[in-house]
Design a protein around this ligand. Sequence first.
Ligand SMILES: Nc1ncnc2c1ncn2[C@@H]1O[C@H](COP(=O)(O)OP(=O)(O)OP(=O)(O)O)[C@@H](O)[C@H]1O
Ligand SMILES: [Mg+2]
Length: 254
Amino acid sequence: MRKIAVVSGKGGIGKTTLAINLGYILHNEFNFDTTIIDCNLTTPHLSINLGVYNKNKTLNDVLKGEAKLEEALVKHPAGIKILPASIELNDLEGVDIGKLSDILQNPTSNLILDSAPGIGREGMATISAADEILFITQPYTSAVMDIYRCKKVAEKLNKKILGIVVNFRKGFKHELSNTEIEKFTELPVIETIPYNIEIEKSVAAKLPLPLYNQKAKANKSFYSLASQISGFKIERRRHFLDKLLNIFKKIKLE
Ligand SMILES: Nc1ncnc2c1ncn2[C@@H]1O[C@H](COP(=O)(O)OP(=O)(O)OP(=O)(O)O)[C@@H](O)[C@H]1O
Ligand SMILES: [Mg+2]
């Protein structure tokens, strides 16, 4: 089972969005059993952005030793499995995020860890608990510099770095190019996600992008990344969709 952390130096860069869309495609479309975990205890957005919440138990209870991990899991109506952190401020009391590694020791599915930004306690605990790190940044100097710092931490902890995802690409001249980002960080850029207002709308609708709008421009990037990570060939999915379409066409003709 793989444990992949989605990490950034700066906040608001698209970690949760990436975790949700990657998790959805891997689990629902590529048959790659996946659970998304909200490791951002102080500002948890995973359950909010998906509109599902476990009223009984959360990651906070699991970290406190007051619940089993399975008890805190929730399923989105689309089938995505998530482990939410509590959205109640009081539930932060007595929680030690340092225990994250221990509770994720023997996962029964692949895990995507949605990190808090930076290398504070939560960020560090998330990087420590993961085996593989997927960095995400915007194409601006400050965000890229923060990635460099996170990279140094991940290397010190002997984590496998999958590469960088550049998000919010608008295509303006003042943006750093992927080559510049690679030069600065000494890491490969493995995917670029364009700025796409459909993403904002999908978050408001509490749905992964492919379910909200199959034709949205940014879908291509999420599918391509999921394919790179899982080895699942997108052609196989297209083949399946074509077959499905042909069946519908036949039914219509009959
Ligand atoms: N490529 C994109 N195009 C347009 N909007 C985007 C894109 N990626 C993310 N967003 C929007 O940006 C906002 C912030 O994204 P998100 O919550 O995923 O960031 P984050 O890195 O998880 O933030 P935090 O550090 O607070 O956890 C979201 O509301 C989402 O709608
Ligand atoms: Mg987030």
